[in-house]
Design a protein around this ligand. Structure first.
Ligand code: PEP
Ligand code: MN
Length: 358
């Protein structure tokens, strides 16, 4: 064979490569279109029956010289890149995604703006225990010129023998205190059937870590016109966290605050491991405001301040921490709630930081 012949064959090969390139991309375009149709219909992207049919058709038409096994290998790869593309498209399509909406979502809670570049703070007891207890914390919060008060009425506890919360009675206390002190209250709801009722008493529905993938609860919270503070699950990936928020938003409620509250790792020095890098990742991936709960992530009073500083330095829109008039007799989380003196010190230290330069 002359050099000339080899040259011709190589040119032929280049042409075939370019044809294949064109065809593979054309195929990918069609796969993308199918993805969009399937999304509209709400059908699953991956269809094993269809994949089997395509492979059978290819094998039946194979005239060689390629072996069926080699062909199958090549085509399965081609199928896979098509599916990957669909997945990328679906991610871009998430309602909570920054790709879908570039601007930050700012949430207005009775005039307090969350996500507007100025840090917001949520303080309050772990559990609502009595009117007097909540009112005492409300007065301390109000004295600092703050607006947001937390307190659990329904407490998802590890042990059924631990204090389970005052329930509706607790919500009523929160409402009374919110009205008297002109504050906005945040409280966890655990039952989808309670969401509508809770809207009459509280300003923000909290969905707790243990319920981050309680999809019926997420759907119920998505169906009301009330901001939601969604906590990251104890062992949830960031992707699962984002999809939990998507459940709420897909039902029509886009007023969602994401809250990093630590995840379970092998580390025992803290109650959970505060995944501080989740904050900028969530800010990049979504347009939603992100808060950090320093109480449940660290579980240690001595770490509340450094963790809060880290949270704000890395771009969190706010910090949540627990405050109780007398933590040593608190009915839950007595080891990590701040008393009023500690609260003063904590808040003074936070205010010494210059957020503009961070
Ligand atoms: C809470 O904030 O009261 C609480 C129980 O937190 P988490 O769901 O993050 O454990
Ligand atoms: Mn607590």
């Amino acid at each position: 064979m002359s050099n000339k012949d080899l040259e011709t064959l190589r040119e032929k090969l280049d042409d075939i490569n370019l044809d294949l390139l064109h065809l593979i991309n054309q195929r990918a375009g069609v796969v993308q279109e199918i993805g969009r149709v399937k999304e509209k219909q709400g059908v699953n992207r991956y269809d094993p029956v269809r994949e089997r049919e395509m492979l059978d058709l290819i094998e039946a038409n194979n005239e060689g010289p390629l072996e069926p096994a080699s062909l199958k290998h090549i085509f399965k790869e081609i199928f896979k890149v098509g599916l990957d593309l669909q997945e990328e498209d679906q991610k871009k399509a998430l309602l909570v995604s920054r790709k879908r909406k570039a601007e930050d979502t700012v949430i207005d809670i009775k005039g307090e703006l969350i996500g507007n570049g100025i840090p917001s703070f949520v303080f309050g007891p772990c559990s609502v225990e009595s009117y007097e207890q909540v009112a005492a914390v409300a007065a301390a919060v109000k004295a600092k010129g703050l607006k947001l008060l937390r307190g659990g009425a329904y407490k998802p506890r590890t042990s059924p023998y631990d204090f389970q919360g005052l329930g509706l009675e607790g919500l009523k206390i929160l409402k009374q205190v919110a009205d008297e002190y002109d504050l906005a209250v945040i409280s966890e709801i655990v039952n989808p059937n309670d969401i509508e009722m809770a809207c009459e008493y509280i300003d923000v529905i909290q969905i707790g870590a243990r319920n981050m993938q309680n999809f019926e609860l997420l759907k119920a919270a998505g169906a009301v016109n009330k901001p939601v503070l969604l906590k990251r699950g104890l062992a949830a990936t960031i992707d699962e966290f984002i999809h939990a928020a998507e459940y709420i938003m897909s039902r029509g409620n886009g007023n969602i605050i994401l809250c990093e509250r630590g995840i379970r790792t092998y580390e025992r020095a803290t109650r959970n491991t505060l995944d501080i890098s989740a904050v900028p990742i969530l800010k990049q991936e979504t347009h939603l405001p992100v808060m950090v709960d320093v109480t449940h992530s660290t579980g240690r009073r001595d770490l509340l301040l450094p963790a809060a500083k880290a949270a704000l330095a890395i771009g969190a829109d706010g910090v949540m921490a627990e405050v109780h008039p007398d933590p040593s007799v608190a009915l839950s989380d007595s080891a990590q709630q701040m008393d009023f003196n500690q609260f003063d010190t904590f808040y003074n230290e936070i205010n010494k930081l210059n957020w503009v330069s961070l």
